[in-house]
Design a protein around this ligand. Sequence first.
Ligand code: SF4
Length: 269
Amino acid sequence: MESAKAAKKKKSPAKSESRTALVRRARRINRELAEVYPYAHPELDFDNPFQLLVATVLSAQTTDLRVNQTTPALFAAYPTPEDMAAADPEKLEQLIRPTGFFRAKAKSLIGLSTALRDRFDGEVPGRLADLVTLPGVGRKTANVVLGNAFGVPGITVDTHFGRLVRRWKWTEAEDAEKVEAEVCSLFPKSEWTMLSHRVIFHGRRVCHSRRPACGACPIAPLCPSYGEGETDPEKAKKLLKYEMGGRPGQRLKPPPDYPGLPARPLGAE
Ligand code: SF4
């Protein structure tokens, strides 16, 4: 791994980078990220596809941490689609209130649970075409569920993913579906799901939206946007988050190989 200083001296990838060079650089970034985050994983707590679907719907416009702090009580009250479909809307709204937009989200959760109960025998379907017919479920949510509950390779274009791949000049597209298609074309299918986790991990810990920690970034030598953020190594180190900054992560129940601390329950932060 090269230092950030070495990266500064190196020429940024040229504007006219060939397709072959772009594919090589993109795959190198993926390999470096795999070394930095061997434990990358979805940052929502879930035990089954239904829980992941619900948690992903709740994660719109809020952090995974807030969702993880909210779902234990929610899943205790409504463990199955049948239970959630029959929920009293006001009670459900109160349970998911900490995630914001709770009225619209409650409507989606009751709607999707009803659809699961009535159209899919109470089971979450494992096909994109079926998932996107559920209320409140778009392509992004469907891909999260497919990739992490069904092992179907998929790329999740959230705000972090879009920002980072544009900084890396893998694509110039702003539209999530275009970003997805262009990034998919750079990698074999087998890499798609883990690539998504690694990129999102990096976006949350190092390559922040406002002040990316360039001076502490392990992939700086491969990044054409090096210098967009803090380049002083000491100052950059202070910008690192979660386990990279020695702090708790987002999951209350992280996987066993996660090197950071578990998140604290609601009210105990
Ligand atoms: S932190 Fe800086 S060097 Fe690292 S990926 Fe982001 S923009 Fe590039």
